[in-house]
Structure formats: structure tokens, C-alpha cells
Design a binder for this molecule. Structure first.
Ligand code: TRP
Length: 473
């Protein structure tokens, strides 16, 4: 036992349960962080938007914004020991701050439901593809055939709906069972398998011989490939991939035992999340390049390009199936974290049973998810904004707007409105230099960086088109 291992007293527990150990907290948070963001989004974003150049901006966002904001979230959760709404409320009360701060907890309630509604649709596609690859359906298939199969699948609302419903049902089943018997159980089963599968895929990718090309594709340094919105996509993605900016990690932090150190937990989570994103990218691109395929397929890299590659490589059906299984596990351990802010809150609010709340939240998410189910078929041509379907809209609205804005609010609240002694003690930052770096990041760097990226985007997105409209080109 370490010397700072304080015995948890009764008041220092959450009514929803506690992670069995600090290690389980870290695993759960890694499970939340590592998800479709790492595998479905990151590799193609990086390949498309300048490779190493994009990665550099992303690393800055992770280090200067992601790290301090995640620590702040865990801190609020662990000090409050309740749902995000009530944890913030409790801290605000204790330090005579406005009750309105708890609004940031509310975004977790809505944001989580909104994210899960489209996330589970994509996860449903993944689930179908696990089965599809294992069945050997793609063996020997060419690009035209694979595209056609993809088009037929997402074009069929009933099929997509059924896979989405299945994924949602499993998610809600585990969530309803509670922190220890549900979330922890899922994490204990999935996380080891996730890491094993990642290694298996890396070795398989390496053996196919495309690793050097994959490295070149991901890390080539091309500033000219960056678009004006690269900074905002890198920043939004930093929030999304770390599961920060809406209270999911805050909710998880509420169940974190006191003896764990927040700073080392955050360090481990951030490093593993980034590592998995890079390694998963290398695994996919190795396979894609081994077959001389064009990697620039955007979001459909997984569904159009990968199946062609697996279909034509030795033992491709088995390894392709295992690859999608890997993605499925990653998606699942993220999905179970998305409803926690809402569920914890309503359990506290109505003092009811978790199962009932989980079912109601699940039903709401499921109904909302139907809009994303229909986004690739019946409603494919319905665009709310730009050329975005509902699925795109929910994704971009939460990733680029909600998460960074709430992240900004969290940083300001912890940096400026909570007493330093409490924050320092809660984060266990006894080292002076580390504390100073942290406080500078949370007070100045993170808020200013988020604000600047927004100002820049607003300028590009709103001011420039307006000026152009008014004064011509
Ligand atoms: N981080 C997950 C991913 O990369 C998604 C996710 C889970 C998430 N929980 C979240 C994103 C909370 C934002 C907020 O796929």
C-alpha cells in the first residue's frame, strides 16, 4: 500500500458506486477515450489534412488544452462525487459562486445523448461489418463490388436500424446494471481484448509489407494540405477523442477513489489514446497500401477501402473480422460512457432506480438516433446546413461547437472561480513547477487557445463570406 493511501470514508463515495481501484478508473477512462474517434476519424483526418503538420497541431491541442481540461473535469467530479450537474452545483455553492455554472453539467446530459444517437448508428455499421467480414463475403471482391455492398447496406433503412437498435440495446443493458456490475464488467472484458487485437492487427499489417508507406502517408509534412478549418478540426477532435468537454470524464471522475493521482491518470489516458490512434492508423494504412489502394477515401476508409484490402489478402476474412471486432470493442467502451452524465443526474433528481432511468434515456437516444439511421437513405438529401445530413450535423455541432465551448467554461470555472488550495490539493500537484505550468494552462493558455480558434473559424466562416457578399470578390 502506498503511503498516501487514505481509507475512503463514507462521505467520500458516490451514491452511484465507485471504481474498484484507481487502475479500473484509468481503464474505464481509456475505454471512453479510445473509440470511433481514434479509428474511424483520426487516420483519415490526419492523412487528408497534412499528415505530420496536422499531427503537430493536434499534439499542441492535446497538450495545452486536452491535458488541463481533462484534469479539471476529473477534479470537479471527484470533489463533487455526484453527476456533473450536481457536482458543479455543489462546488459552486461551497465557494459562493453562481448556480448557473451547473449549466455546463446540463450540456453533458444533452450532449451525451446527442453524441450517442449518431455514435451508435456508426457502431451499428461496424457491428454488421464484423459479421460481414468473418462470413468471407468480401473474399476476392473488387472495389466496385465492395462499394455496391456498402451502398446497398446503408441505403436500406431497416437494416441500419436493426444493427443500430442491437448496439443500443447492449449498451443500455450494461449501463443499466450500474457502475460495478455493468460499466466495470464491460471494461474488464473489452479492454484486454482491445489491446490484444490492436497488437494482432499491427503484426498482421506489418507482415503485409505496407508499413513504410503507411508511415509516409501519416507523417508526411504537408502544410499546403491544411485547410482553413484544420485548426478547429484538430481542436474539436482533441476534445472528442479524449471524451472531454461534456462531463463524461467528470462523471467517471466522481467514482474515482481518492488514493489515485489525477495527474498520472490524465497522463496515461492521453498517451494511450494518442498511441492507439496512431497505431490503429498504421495498421489500417499498412493493409491498404499493401494492396496499392487509394487511402484518401475519407470517412468511408473503413467501409469501402478496408474490406477490399482484407478481401484480397491472405486470411483476410479472419483478420478483417478481428479488425472490425477491435473497432466494435472500442466503440462499445466509449458508448457506455456517453449516457453516464444523464443517468447519474436523473437518478439523483428523481431518486429512482437506475434501470428505469437507463431505459428512458436509452429510448430517447434511440428515437433521436433514427434521424441518423435515415441520414444515409431516406433523408440523405435533407441538409440542415451546408451539405450535412443529420448524422453529419450532430457530429459536427457537438465536436466543433459544444465540446470546445463547454471545455472553455470548465477551464474558466476551475482556473478562476475555485480556490487554488482546493484545486492544488485535489490534483495532488505538490511540485511547484508542475503546478505553475498547470495553472497557466488552465487560466490562460487553454481559454485563449479555444477562443482564438473560434474567432478564427468565425472570421472564416461568417465574416469573410459576408464581406464577399457585400463587396464582391
Ligand atoms: N472519445 C470517444 C471516441 O474517440 C467518443 C466519446 C465517448 C466521447 N465519450 C465521449 C466524445 C464524451 C465526447 C464526449 O470515439
Amino acid at each position: 500500500m502506498s503511503e498516501n493511501n487514505v481509507t475512503t470514508n463514507v462521505n467520500d463515495r458516490s451514491q452511484h458506486g465507485m471504481w474498484s481501484s484507481k487502475m479500473l478508473f484509468v481503464l474505464a477512462a481509456v475505454g471512453s477515450a479510445v473509440g470511433l474517434g481514434n479509428i474511424w476519424k483520426f487516420p483519415y483526418m490526419m492523412g487528408e489534412q497534412g499528415g505530420g503538420a496536422f499531427f503537430l497541431i493536434y499534439l499542441f491541442c492535446i497538450a495545452l488544452i486536452g491535458f488541463p481540461v481533462m484534469a479539471a473535469e476529473i477534479l470537479i467530479g471527484r470533489e463533487g462525487r455526484m453527476s456533473p450537474v450536481n457536482s458543479v452545483l455543489k462546488l459552486a455553492r461551497e465557494h459562493n459562486r453562481s448556480k448557473s455554472w451547473s449549466l455546463m453539467g446540463w450540456t453533458g446530459v444533452f450532449g451525451g445523448v446527442l453524441i450517442l444517437s449518431f455514435y451508435a448508428v456508426v457502431a451499428g455499421w461496424i457491428t454488421f461489418y464484423i459479421w460481414r467480414l468473418f462470413s468471407g463475403e468480401f473474399t476476392g471482391a473488387d472495389a466496385t463490388e465492395v462499394n455496391e455492398k456498402w451502398g446497398n447496406f446503408v441505403g436500406d433503412p431497416v437494416q441500419v436500424f436493426l444493427w443500430f437498435t442491437g448496439f443500443m440495446a447492449v449498451t443500455i443493458f450494461f449501463v443499466a446494471r450500474g457502475v460495478n456490475k455493468g460499466l466495470e464488467l464491460a471494461i474488464r472484458i473489452c479492454m484486454p481484448l482491445l489491446f490484444i487485437l490492436l497488437v494482432v492487427m499491427l503484426v498482421y499489417g506489418f507482415l503485409q509489407g505496407g508499413l513504410m508507406d503507411a508511415l509516409r502517408f501519416m507523417f508526411h509534412f504537408d502544410f499546403s494540405a491544411m485547410k482553413w478549418d484544420t485548426p478547429i478540426s484538430a481542436m474539436g477532435h482533441a476534445f472528442f477523442t479524449l471524451s472531454i468537454g461534456m462531463g463524461a470524464i467528470m462523471a467517471y471522475g466522481a467514482y474515482m477513489p481518492r488514493e489515485g493521482s489525477v495527474k498520472s491518470a490524465v497522463g496515461i489516458i492521453v498517451v494511450i489514446d494518442t498511441l492507439v490512434a496512431i497505431l490503429a492508423g498504421l495498421a489500417i494504412f499498412s493493409i491498404v497500401f499493401a494492396m496499392n489502394l487509394d487511402p484518401a477515401a475519407g470517412p468511408s476508409l473503413l467501409f469501402k477501402t478496408a474490406p477490399v484490402a482484407f478481401g484480397n489478402l491472405p486470411l483476410g476474412a479472419i483478420f478483417g473480422g478481428l479488425f472490425f471486432l477491435f473497432v466494435g470493442f472500442a466503440a462499445f467502451t466509449s458508448a457506455i460512457s456517453l449516457t453516464e452524465p444523464a443517468i447519474a443526474y436523473f437518478v439523483e433528481r428523481f431518486n429512482t432506480n437506475r434501470v428505469v432511468v437507463a431505459i428512458v434515456i436509452g429510448l430517447i437516444t434511440w428515437l433521436l438516433g433514427i434521424l441518423s439511421v435515415l441520414s444515409t437513405n431516406v433523408l440523405a438529401n435533407l441538409h440542415l446546413f451546408r451539405d450535412w445530413t443529420f448524422l453529419d450535423f450532430f457530429d459536427k455541432f457537438t465536436t466543433y461547437l459544444v465540446l470546445p465551448v463547454v471545455g472553455l467554461v470548465i477551464a474558466v470555472f476551475v482556473g478562476w472561480f475555485l480556490p487554488w488550495e482546493r484545486v492544488r490539493k485535489g490534483l495532488d500537484l505538490s511540485d511547484d513547477t508542475m503546478w505553475q505550468i498547470w495553472i497557466i494552462c488552465i487560466r490562460y493558455v487553454a481559454p485563449i487557445a479555444i477562443f482564438t480558434v473560434f474567432a478564427f473559424t468565425l472570421y472564416q466562416e461568417v465574416v469573410t463570406p459576408l464581406l464577399r457578399m457585400l463587396f464582391g470578390e
